[in-house]
Design a protein around this ligand. Structure first.
Ligand SMILES: [Zn+2]
Length: 391
C-alpha cells in the first residue's frame, strides 16, 4: 500500500475526527510557538492543571492494561481491515478495543477525600470534658449569697439549720457536748463541792436589744471563782421560757450570766425565773423555795431601760445595777460540761445551773414577753455526760 491510499483511508474515516485533535494537541504542546513559550514561563502551578491531573489520577487502571494505546489500537485495526479488504476501507468504533476507563478512576480519589474530611470533624467532640472542668471552676468560685441570720424560730435560720449557715457552726449539728439539756434530778451525781464565789459589785448599766434577747454588757471588776479559777463577767441576757429544763419542765424565764477566763474558757451561770411557787410541783424538789411572787428590782431596771430601737447600745445616765440581785439566796447548783446555746455552739463551757429560781412577778414575765418570747434553743442530747449536783 502506498502513501496516497493511506491518506485516502484516513480521510474517509469519520471516526478519526475524535482521535486526531488530541494527537494534534499533543504535538502542539511539545512544540510551542514563541509567543506561547513566553507566556508559559510565568504560569503558576495553579493555572496549569487543566489536563495533567486527569492523566495522573488513572495511574492504576493504565498499569492494569498497558497495551491500551489508542494510536496503536487504531493502526492495528487498520492493518486488519486492509489485509481483509480492497478499495475503500471503513473503520467503525466496534473495530476498536474498549475505550479508556479514565472517567471512573477520577471519581474515586475525590470521594475518598471527601469521606475523610467528614470523619475528622466527628472526633474533636471527644475532648469536651474540658467543658466540665470549666463548670467546676465556676462552682469553686465563691458566689456571694446573702447571709441568713440565725434565729430561734423554725425555718432557714432556725436551730436545725444553724450548722448550715456558717462553716464555724458545725458543732451545732455534730457536737457531742451541746446545751441545753434536760436535767433529771434523780440521775445526778450528788456531792459536797466548793461553792461558787461571786465577786460581783455594782456597775453602770449598759444594755442593748440585739434582736434575739435583751443583753447587759458587764463592766470590769465582776468575777466568779470556780475551782479557784477566776472568770470575768462579760454579759447578762434572758430567755423566755427557760432553756434549762428540770425533769422535763421549763421555768417561765431564765437569766444567763456569761463569764470568760483569759484563756478563753467559759462559765455560764443560769438561774430560773419564776412568778409561781408551784414551779416544779411535780418533782421531789418542789420546796426548793417558798417565797411568794415579788418584783425583782434589777430585772425591773433592765425592763425600764430597754432601748426603743434594736441593735443600739444604751447607757442610761447614772443607772447602777448589782448583778448579785439576779441570784437566789440559796446558791446550790447543778453543773455539767456543755456549749454555747447559740451559734457557733462552742463547746467546753462549764454550766452552773442554780437549783433555786429567781422570784419575779407575772407582770415582769409578761413585760419581757412583749419584747421576746420563745427565744430558746431546743434540748440537746445528754449523751454520756454526767451531771453533778451540789448539795
Ligand atoms: Zn443564753
Amino acid at each position: 500500500m502506498n502513501l496516497t491510499s493511506k491518506a485516502r483511508l484516513f480521510l474517509s474515516l469519520g471516526l478519526m475526527g475524535a482521535a486526531m485533535p488530541s494527537i494534534a494537541a499533543d504535538e502542539k504542546a511539545k512544540e510551542p510557538s514563541p509567543a506561547a513559550a513566553q507566556t508559559a514561563k510565568p504560569v503558576s502551578p495553579a493555572a496549569t492543571p487543566a489536563s495533567p491531573p486527569a492523566v495522573k489520577a488513572p495511574a492504576a487502571p493504565v498499569a492494569a492494561k498497558p497495551a491500551n494505546n489508542p494510536d496503536q489500537d487504531m493502526s492495528e485495526a487498520l492493518v486488519k481491515k486492509i489485509n481483509k479488504s480492497s478499495g475503500d476501507i471503513v473503520l467503525r468504533s466496534s473495530d476498536l478495543p474498549p475505550p479508556f476507563p479514565v472517567p471512573k478512576a477520577e471519581a474515586k480519589p475525590d470521594v475518598k477525600v471527601e469521606k475523610k474530611a467528614e470523619v475528622k470533624p466527628k472526633e474533636p467532640p471527644k475532648a469536651e470534658p474540658i467543658v466540665i472542668t470549666v463548670k467546676e471552676e465556676l462552682i469553686a468560685t465563691p458566689i456571694p449569697v446573702p447571709e441568713i441570720p440565725w434565729t430561734y424560730a423554725d425555718g432557714p435560720g432556725g436551730p436545725n439549720n444553724w450548722a448550715n449557715l456558717k462553716k464555724e457552726n458545725q458543732l451545732c449539728a455534730t457536737g457531742k457536748m451541746q446545751s441545753p439539756i434536760n436535767i433529771i434530778t434523780d440521775n445526778t451525781v450528788k456531792g459536797n463541792l466548793n461553792p461558787i464565789v461571786f465577786e460581783y459589785q455594782p456597775f453602770l448599766l449598759s444594755l442593748m436589744d440585739n434582736g434575739r434577747t435583751v443583753e447587759v454588757s458587764a463592766r470590769g471588776g465582776n468575777n466568779i471563782l470556780v475551782n479557784e479559777k477566776r472568770y470575768r463577767l462579760v454579759g447578762i441576757h434572758f430567755h423566755k421560757p427557760s432553756e434549762e429544763v428540770f425533769n422535763g419542765e421549763r421555768a417561765e424565764m431564765s437569766v444567763h450570766l456569761e463569764h470568760e477566763h483569759h484563756d478563753g474558757s467559759k462559765v455560764i451561770v443560769a438561774v430560773m425565773m419564776s412568778s409561781s411557787s408551784q414551779l416544779f410541783a411535780a418533782t421531789e424538789k418542789r420546796r426548793w423555795w417558798s417565797t411568794a411572787s415579788e418584783e425583782n428590782p434589777l430585772f425591773q431596771i433592765i425592763l425600764s431601760n430597754v432601748p426603743l430601737v434594736k441593735n443600739q447600745a444604751s447607757s442610761p445616765r447614772n443607772v447602777v445595777i448589782n448583778p448579785l440581785q439576779l441570784l437566789p439566796e440559796d446558791r446550790t447548783y447543778f453543773t455539767y460540761m456543755g456549749s454555747l446555746t447559740k451559734p457557733p455552739c462552742t463547746e467546753g463551757v462549764i454550766w452552773i445551773i442554780m437549783k433555786n429560781p429567781l422570784i419575779v412577778t407575772a407582770q415582769q414575765i409578761h413585760s419581757f414577753g412583749q419584747i421576746y418570747t420563745n427565744n430558746f434553743r431546743p434540748l440537746q442530747s445528754q449523751g454520756d455526760r454526767i451531771i453533778k449536783e451540789i448539795r
